[in-house]
Write a protein that binds this ligand. Structure first.
Ligand code: TMP
Ligand code: ASP
Length: 245
């Protein structure tokens, strides 16, 4: 497969065209940003780790009947994906209160939610990815009501699967962010990545008073040992995948 022009460079990935217009190559970077890129840094090995974790999770989800953009991973930090039109939405699913939910509602950190919360944010860096209401989402024509219903259903299905998968890794899934795209037949596919950059992952062996964070909050909140945490998550994912087969 020959790789052509750079199509897009985001904060964590570069997308390249390939000789097949239906296939793109995503190159995962070590660069890390937080707070809408106000904080910048690098996490050694992150590109390889996030690509490897995402690839495994997409494969597992596909086997579970969830359609994703994943094709294969030709190198540790590269993923071949189906070309999709990304919907400008960040779909966040929460099981436990953390991050902006605590900041905006006053719910104490660690509150277990009675049912998962699905939220839509406008993927727009200039506006700081604001939280959307459904009416605002329709006003902006970011997705149709039918697409929102499909996405909400998929997000909850993915949550069920991921809670169980991360449990097998000894990890509590607090919350995570998904992105979806439309293929040439307007079918909704899960896209982007699922990794410690896009999930809050807490070590299930620790209790609330001694919480061990294994995700990008280590970078966001300067907790240290970021690379080690990402590496540990990858090792646990690989073990969980192997133990199933
Ligand atoms: P939040 O609590 O800051 O709204 O984040 C919710 C989840 O979404 C958390 O798992 C981190 C993830 N996330 C991203 O993947 N990208 C982002 O830009 C933000 C703000 C959050
Ligand atoms: N990815 C986001 C950014 O830089 C924020 C985050 O993950 O906290 O801007």
């Amino acid at each position: 497969m020959s790789v052509h022009s750079k199509l897009y460079e985001g904060k964590a990935k570069i997308l390249y065209a390939t000789d097949d217009p239906g296939i793109l190559l995503a190159d995962f970077k070590d660069d890390a940003t937080a707070f809408n890129a106000q904080k910048r840094g690098s996490i050694l090995g992150k590109g390889n780790i996030n690509c490897s974790i995402s690839s495994k999770l997409f494969q597992q989800l596909e086997a579970h009947g969830i359609k994703t953009h994943f094709i294969d991973s030709p190198a540790p930090n590269q993923m071949r994906v189906k070309a999709v039109k990304i919907l400008p939405l960040e779909v966040v699913v929460r099981n436990i209160a953390a991050g902006s939910l605590c900041q905006q509602t006053g719910l104490p950190l660690g509150t277990v939610l009675k049912q998962p919360l699905v939220e839509f944010y406008y993927k727009n860096d200039q506006l700081g990815d604001p939280l959307l209401t459904r009416d605002r989402l329709y006003l902006m024509e970011l997705a149709t009501p039918e697409q929102v219903d499909i996405i909400t259903h998929l997000a909850l299905q993915i949550n069920e699967f991921l809670i169980h998968f991360w449990q097998k890794c000894g990890i509590t899934l607090v919350d995570f962010k998904l992105e979806f795209g439309l293929d040439s037949e307007q079918q909704v596919l899960l896209a982007d990545e699922i990794s410690p950059d896009t999930c809050r992952l807490w070590d299930a062996a620790e209790n609330d008073s001694n919480r061990r964070v294994l995700d990008k909050d280590r970078f966001r909140r300067d907790l240290g040992n970021v690379e080690d945490a990402y590496q540990e998550v990858l090792q646990r994912v690989l073990q969980a995948v192997e133990s199933k087969n």
